[in-house]
Every structure is written in C-alpha cells, then in structure tokens.
Ligand binder design. Structure first.
Ligand code: NAD
Length: 362
C-alpha cells in the first residue's frame, strides 16, 4: 500500500500531520511519500501540480490531501493558481466519483443552524459526478450573439453534456454504495427543463433495474435543495451531476454546522482515490494550531475503506473520533459551553490515544 501525502497550503500541513499520526497508530503496513502541491508547489517549482507530484499520485494507491489556496495567489493567472492542482489530479487520474458524507454526530447536534430534531442522527451520502457536465463541456467561451434576446451583444456560453457511459458508471457507484447503507438512492436532476438531465434520469432508471433491492426515486434539484433543509433525514444516497452536486454537497455539509468534521473521497474506476477534508486551507487560522483535524482524520478512514481495503481499521478511526467527542473534547470551530477546548495537536493526541487503548483492550 502506497499513500501519496499531499499536505498543500495553510492548515493543510497541520491537519495532515495529525491524520498521519492516527494512521501510524493503527500498526498497518503502508509506505508514504510526501510531495508539494498547490501554493507550496508553485513557490518551489513554479507550478501548483509539478510533474513529480503527479507521478507520485499516479503510482500511489491513494492520496491523502490537505487543502490548497491562499488569497495571495488570487492575482496569478488561472492555470497557476493552487486550486488548479485539484482539477489536474481529478482529470489526470479520472477521479469521477465524489463521495461527500454528511453525518451529524450526536454530541454536535447544537452546531447546526437547524432544529436538533431535524438533524439528530443525520447520515446521508451525496455522490457527485466529478469530471463531466457543464464544468467540462465544450464549446464554451465568449462571442458576439447572433440571435437570442440581444443579437449583436457580447455573450458568454457553456455546454452541459453527459455521455451514456459517464451516467452509467456514476449510477452504478451510487447503487453499490446504497447496498452498503439503507438501500435507497435519490437521483437529482432537472429533467423538466434540461435535455441532458432527462437523459440522465432515463439512464439512472435503466441502471436501477439491475439493483432491484435498492429503492430509487427521482427529485428535481430545486426540490432537493428544499428537502435538504426541510427533512434531510429522508435521504440515504443522493446521486447527481457535477454542478448540482457541487451546490447540494455544500448545502448538506452545512446541515451539520461543522465544516471541520466533514471528509470526502474522489475515486476512479480502479478505486484509486483522493481523500481530503471538505473545507479549504483556512488561511485565517493557519499556523495557529487551532484547526480541527477530524475531517482529515475521517478522510483517512474513508481512504482505508475505499482504496486500501482495510474496513476494520476505518471503523477503528471512526469509533475513536466518536469517543473523543463523547469525552467532550472540541476544537474552537465546534466548541460550546461545557466542553473542553483543545488545539489541533491535542485533538490528534486524543484520537491516537483512543485507538491505542482499543488495541490494548482488543
Ligand atoms: P475555508 O474552508 O478554508 O475556510 C472557511 C472558514 O472555515 C474559515 O473561517 C476557516 O477558518 C474555517 N475552517 C475551515 N476549515 C477549518 C478547520 N479544519 N478547523 C477550523 N476551522 C476551519 O474556505 P475559504 O476561506 O473560502 O477559502 C480559503 C482558501 O482555501 C482559498 O484559497 C480557497 O480557494 C481554498 N479552498 C481550497 C479547497 C481545497 O483545497 N479543496 C476547498 C475550498 C477552498
């Protein structure tokens, strides 16, 4: 097992260090190799995704990624900005399936802006198609309009498109994920208006017939956005296209109220994956030792489960995280009166201690 460790920028280095300590506490045998990515790679090599980093990523079974970006790079030309490293990794490794669980831990129920009864026990999984849709469709650009409401005016355009294999493979991913959960898939589309999403809906329905044990329903994206805040627990697995998934997965993340808790995985068809917290590089708190490392630690658990075939080790990490929350330990972003505020390192220490104790007691 080889893990490419890509800490990136800002709090990335602090939180990835804790996730690595947790992995080491499990006593598994794996090799790690660290490389620069994002702004740190731009500073050292003049590019956010240098050839050497890409080579390492391709060779590894999985990538443990921190976060990239800093406001100081906002004026760089687009192709050199730190965020391009993530797009480059997705594209080069064919990471088409993005998993974003939104779980509300019992002890953090008050962190949500929703009423506790709406989100207590929430455990949903948003699966977003990551390499197609309007974000990548060609042609795109700017031109002078020849028709429409204002012929002769400047206009901009993008192309929404999906091919049959792209929809089929993400649908299979969703149904297979649902089989390991509560066996329900909601496919989110805009079939009432968009040809692309009528096509999407037809194909997901066809694929669904291969999974008679999984219940499938369809929902328009506007309704899905409403239902996520009205009755989020009614979902199990939500599968949708790139743009709708981008928006809905952030909405779902916020239901739990604690961005520092949410892991994510992006997988290709060989189960090679990029594992990263759902949040960014948080330049406002970088270097202060206060960032919450739990999203990254939970991303490492997803890595063990999906790419490294170590489900028991993944369970141990997830139980350890629940244990430290039950102990009342909180980083500043999830702190509330009556709990104990700890820093990044102390939170990592507590998870390591919970794992080590489990090993001793069997
Ligand atoms: P952000 O997620 O970095 O931060 C938003 C807020 O959440 C900040 O107040 C931050 O302090 C807080 N926060 C985030 N993670 C936290 C953690 N683990 N513990 C405690 N608090 C945490 O989003 P932003 O401020 O919009 O973006 C900052 C930089 O990150 C930008 O350069 C942006 O482009 C980049 N970014 C990168 C990724 C990625 O690497 N995948 C994702 C989103 C944003």
């Amino acid at each position: 097992m080889k893990i490419a460790v890509l800490p990136g920028d800002g709090i990335g280095t602090e939180i990835v260090a804790e996730a690595l300590r947790v992995l080491e506490a499990l006593d598994l045998s794996f090799e790690t190799e660290t490389a620069l990515v994002g702004g740190a790679a731009y500073e050292a090599h003049g590019h956010p995704l240098p050839e050497s980093t890409l080579k390492l990523a391709k060779e590894a079974d999985a990538m443990l990624f921190g976060a990239v970006g800093d406001w100081k790079y906002d004026k760089l030309e687009r192709s050199l900005r730190p965020e391009q490293a993530i797009l480059g990794l997705r594209k080069n490794l064919g990471l088409f399936a993005n998993f974003r669980p939104a779980i509300c831990y019992e002890q953090l129920v008050d962190a949500s802006s929703l009423k506790p009864e709406l989100i207590a026990g929430l455990d949903i999984l948003i699966i977003r198609e990551l390499t197609g849709d309007i974000y990548f469709g060609q042609p795109r650009g700017r031109r002078t309009a020849v028709d429409g409401h204002f012929p002769g005016a400047d206009e901009a355009f993008d192309t929404m498109r999906y091919s049959r294999p792209e929809v089929e493979r993400i649908a299979h991913v969703a149904f297979q994920a649902a089989r390991k959960r509560n066996k329900r898939v909601t496919s989110v589309d805009k079939a009432n208006v968009l040809e692309t999403f009528q096509f999407w809906k037809d194909i997901v329905t066809e694929v669904g017939k291969e999974y008679p044990d999984v219940e499938l329903d369809h929902m328009y994206v506007d309704n899905a956005a409403m239902q996520l805040v009205k009755a989020p627990k009614k979902f199990d697995v939500v599968v949708t296209g790139n743009m709708f998934g981008d928006i809905l997965s952030d909405e779902a993340a916020m239901l739990t109220g604690s961005i520092g808790m949410l892991p994510s995985a992006s997988l290709n068809s060989s189960n090679q994956g990029l594992y990263e917290p759902s949040h960014g590089s948080a330049p406002d708190i970088a270097g202060k030792g206060v960032a919450n490392p739990l999203a990254t630690i939970l991303s490492a658990a997803m890595m063990l489960r999906f790419s490294l075939n170590q489900p028991e080790a993944a369970d141990r990490i997830e139980s350890a995280v629940k244990h430290v929350l039950a102990q009342g330990l909180r980083t500043a972003d999830i702190w509330s009166a009556g709990t104990t505020k700890v820093g990044t390192r102390e939170m990592g220490d507590a998870v390591v201690a919970a794992i080590t104790k489990k090993t001793i007691t069997g």
